[in-house]
Design a protein around this ligand. Structure first.
Ligand code: GRF
Length: 232
């Protein structure tokens, strides 16, 4: 049975990359991580990938005169590995429209907010400043509109009184680590397909993915257990 090929882009510590790698390593799904590529040679995630026996590559954005030249070089490195899907996992680069087009339908990102709320940076601090009661993470298709591509999966966490951005990040990260591998498997299996009208779920899984069940919405245990009370 031929394996689906997965590429992962990182810029930093790579905890989502590691979670995706470990999730697939623990399951008998026909998926191979063919490369982990960083735009920063100093990214800690490169060592984490190496430890897991994954092939690592670096395309340093500082070696290129502009975004287009860098994205072209990155696209070339990705194309060489023929990925069925590319995951941006803490990949801190805005990608050009041409890059999005080259990987249309097979490029995902994980963003630390319940999109379409809070695109951009500093999401945890902005959530706290606004006093909202739930927060989360979103896996979405990457399109030319920053953080606004079609939503594939979301994880929801509660916001507690007295939370800090660091505490929110600490509560959210394990949920991201559960959400992202599943979302990747949904696309690789053919269960989720991107159409002009958005994600279509419920496709027949490819051979070897029959046991996979996609949960496109994950609730933090506190939210799934607690009854909802009106506050007075
Ligand atoms: C995560 O919070 C993710 O949502 C955002 O950047 C962070 C990356 O963390 N895109 P890591 O590099 O995967 O540990």
């Amino acid at each position: 049975m031929s394996k689906k090929r997965l590429s992962i882009l990182i810029s930093g510590r790579g905890s989502n990359m590691a979670a995706v790698a470990d999730w697939f390593a623990q399951r008998a799904l026909p998926v191979e991580i063919v490369q982990v590529v960083s735009n920063r040679p100093e990214a800690a995630g490169l060592a984490a990938a190496h430890q897991r026996g994954l092939k690592t590559e670096v395309v340093d954005h500082r070696d290129y005169p502009d975004r287009l030249a860098f994205d072209e070089a990155m696209a070339q490195v990705l194309h060489q590995a023929c990925p069925d899907l590319v995951l941006m996992a803490g990949y801190m680069r805005i990608v050009s429209p041409g890059f999005c087009l080259a990987f249309a339908g097979r490029l995902l990102n994980i963003h630390p907010s319940l999109l379409p709320a809070y695109p951009g940076t500093q999401t945890h601090a902005r959530v706290l400043a606004d006093g909202v009661s739930v927060h989360g993470a979103t896996v979405h298709a990457v399109t030319a509109d920053l953080d606004q591509g079609p939503i594939l999966a979301q994880a929801v966490i509660p916001v507690h009184p007295g939370d800090t951005p660091a505490r929110l990040a600490e509560r959210l990260l394990p949920m991201e680590h559960q959400l992202y591998p599943q979302a990747a498997a949904a696309v690789l299996s053919g269960v989720a397909r991107l159409t002009p009208a958005g994600w279509q779920l419920g496709g027949t899984p490819a051979a070897g993915f029959e046991s996979f069940v996609f949960q496109s919405r994950l609730l933090h245990p506190e939210l799934s257990q607690r009854p909802i009370h009106a506050t007075h």
